[in-house]
Design a protein around this ligand. Structure first.
Ligand code: NAP
Length: 258
């Protein structure tokens, strides 16, 4: 639908939450949705509504896009570790006067029996690895550089094939959701001593943590970067309510600050 009453919203995606949000928006005729993907994965989940793929060219490029497309609201539903696009969105929305909301999935919470070692960076995770050790490295393919040159043995799992994997490694290209029994079998089959992951949150990749707990294995958990200043919600329902809410005064939307 298009028209004066429509709210044009840009969802910065690349996550399950972004797809769920676009699906929920499809039931609301007043919402016109464009989902933006970075273009990192070969066969991304395709949400309903319009889709655009590829970077904007920094904060300035995103600001130009917001103006050219007459975007009324932006939901940053990118991954908790997608730091750069989040800050670009904050800057671009501030410059263009477009209200912005961060949809950030809840972080995982430790449970009794968990042996998490929280660190601030992938580099620190690499430094904290015992040696010798057999390591289950469950991070993004662009994160592998932090572990290059180490002597430990790695079982590396990424969504997309990496152009170059680590030297002492077996590599798996698999996309979740994963299941507890499979994760237990994987950790046992490779005699894993320690798990490394980013604190991404979400159900799809949680079973590796449950498996590590059952096997008494330590998990080196890289903390999330702090999100840019501004409103944050942790559920698709809350983001949908924010998107669909029509301000009482005409014109209030464009002038609203984030
Ligand atoms: P990033 O470091 O924050 O962003 C790097 C650049 O990629 C941005 O400056 C932007 O380019 C472009 N970009 C990122 N997300 C975009 C989007 N949704 N639409 C258009 N351009 C986008 O991001 P990243 O960590 O590389 O992640 C890239 C994408 O993968 C994100 O959409 C994220 O949701 C998804 N993802 C990331 C992770 C992770 O662990 N980081 C995990 C799963 C999924 P320009 O400056 O040219 O605009």
């Amino acid at each position: 639908m298009s028209g004066d009453l429509a709210i044009r919203a840009l969802i910065l995606g690349g996550t399950t939450e972004a797809v769920r949000l676009a699906e929920a928006c499809a039931a609301i005729p007043e919402l016109e949705i464009i989902t933006s993907l970075a273009g990192r994965t070969r066969a991304p989940a395709t949400p309903p509504g319009a889709i655009r793929i590829g970077g904007f060219g920094g904060a300035d490029g995103l600001e130009r896009y917001l103006r050219a497309q007459a975007i009324d609201r932006l939901v940053d539903a990118t991954h908790p570790f997608a730091d750069r696009i989040g800050h670009n969105a904050e800057q671009a929305c501030r410059a263009a006067g477009v209200p912005r909301l961060r949809l950030l999935r809840p972080p995982w919470q430790p449970r009794p029996g968990d042996r998490w070692i929280e660190v601030d960076s992938l580099a620190e995770a690499a430094r904290r690895l015992p040696q010798p050790a057999r390591v289950f490295l469950s991070v993004g393919r662009s994160d592998l550089g932090a572990f290059a040159g180490l002597q430990q043995w790695f079982l590396v799992r990424t969504i997309e094939p990496a152009e170059r994997c680590l030297a002492n490694a077996r590599w798996l290209a698999e996309r979740g959701p994963f299941h507890l029994e499979d994760e237990l079998a994987l950790l046992r089959a490779h005699a894993i001593d320690v798990v490394v992951t980013k604190a991404s949150g979400g159900e799809a990749t949680y079973p590796k943590l449950a498996a590590a707990r059952q096997l008494g294995l330590p998990v080196i958990m890289v903390r999330r970067p702090p999100p840019p200043a501004g409103p944050v919600v942790d559920s698709v329902a809350a983001a949908l309510a924010w998107l669909a809410h029509r301000p009482a005064e005409p014109g209030a939307l464009a002038g609203r600050s984030t």
